[in-house]
Design a protein around this ligand. Structure first.
Ligand code: NCD
Ligand code: ZN
Length: 348
């Protein structure tokens, strides 16, 4: 298994911080990290410094992306329940709406009453993505039962979160879910050594919870990095900001674990996100890997602007050699081969 050719991978959950917090990441460094990690399409969350809840903010964001991205980039809209009039204006520019039912980075929290308002008003055929942890996941599934519209639950991290989702899936409801590499490969025990670099939302859980995720991986739709870069200074502050980068480590981690076959990687990081987001297949968009090469994840070699990873020092298998987008070679041997702005801003 020396050379492996994968379709260009899709990460449906990243935070590229542009505009507003480009000291953490920007559209160029974030999409460069994506290519270095074997991903050719990323989907950016709306919790910018100024939350993307108005059409003018979305327009500004898209304008910045157009001059900087080196891989394909799509967007989600945000809502605190008071921007319903904006939905019609932006619906053709975004792949879904992201709602936070638990506190996280940015002032962005809503309750289930507001979720219901958005459920009623967000265009019927468009995706709703939720950050919904153990305390609220049951109520969110009730809402899916009531409205029967596609909902993607981001980053499930525990048995108590996954069980109600699996039950809803068994009932045939249109719910999908994702898991992050950090919840698959780290546990709460790692916080002892990682300190603030092991802090994110949802938090790392027990070994038992982690095993439940692995046991049910076949029923989980996608692996999403939740790439959430913060500066080292912000991570070492008291209190630290929540979130870890992931774009460059997802694929090497998955390739290194015997529990995940190449076909499973394709399902989790390409087929399922492609179907959930309604993206066409692209024959000449691909990632070529040396499956035998061994390497070590090193903070100093990362292209993400934040310059650190909770997996620093991990020995992994599989080196991302080349990446092609629609026939153009865009990445080879740790080098970006195309100019900022050569990636596409995706629309549904
Ligand atoms: C994310 C961030 O920093 O934007 N942080 C995190 O811990 N995951 C926000 C989020 O996705 O919850
Ligand atoms: Zn996130």
């Amino acid at each position: 298994m020396a050379k492996i050719t994968l379709p260009g991978l899709i990460d449906m959950h990243v935070h590229l911080r542009d505009p507003g917090q480009t000291e953490k990441e920007d559209f160029y460094t974030g999409t460069s990290a994506a290519l270095a990690g074997g991903f050719t399409k990323v989907f950016d969350m709306p919790n910018n410094l100024q939350p993307i809840t108005h059409s003018s903010q979305l327009a500004e964001k898209i304008k910045s992306a157009k001059t900087k991205v080196v891989c394909d980039t799509g967007f989600y809209f945000g809502s605190l329940g008071n921007n319903i009039a904006e939905f019609e204006k932006i619906k053709d520019k975004v792949f879904g709406i992201k709602l936070y039912l638990n506190p996280t980075t940015g002032d962005y929290l809503i309750n289930t009453q507001i979720l219901e308002i958005v459920m009623k008003n967000w265009p019927r055929n468009k995706l709703i993505l939720v950050h919904a942890e153990e305390d609220v996941i049951g109520q969110v599934m009730e809402m899916v039962r009531k409205f029967k519209r596609p909902v993607h639950v981001c980053h499930v991290s525990s048995e108590n979160e996954l069980k109600p989702i699996l039950k809803a899936k068994d009932e045939g409801l249109p719910v999908t879910c994702g898991v992050t590499p950090h919840h698959l490969f780290l546990t709460e025990d790692d916080v002892k050594t990682l300190g603030p670099y092991g802090r994110m939302k949802p938090s790392l859980k027990s070994k038992k919870n982690q095993e439940f995720l692995w046991k049910n991986l076949k029923k989980i739709n996608v692996v999403e990095s939740d790439h959430a870069p913060h500066t080292k200074k912000e991570k070492e502050a008291d209190p630290p900001l929540f979130g870890v980068p992931g774009l460059e480590t997802t694929l090497p981690l998955l390739l290194s674990d015997k529990r995940v076959s190449t076909n499973e990687i394709i399902r989790l990081c390409y087929e399922s996100p492609r179907k959930i987001l309604g993206l066409p297949e692209e024959k000449n968009t691909k990632t070529i890997i040396d499956g035998n090469a061994k390497s070590e994840i090193k903070n100093s070699e990362l292209l993400t602007k934040c310059g650190w990873s909770p997996f620093n020092g991990w020995k992994v298998r599989g080196k991302i050699q080349e990446v092609y987008i629609r026939g153009t070679r865009v990445f080879e041997n740790r080098k970006i081969l195309v100019k900022p702005g050569s990636g596409q801003v995706l629309v549904p």
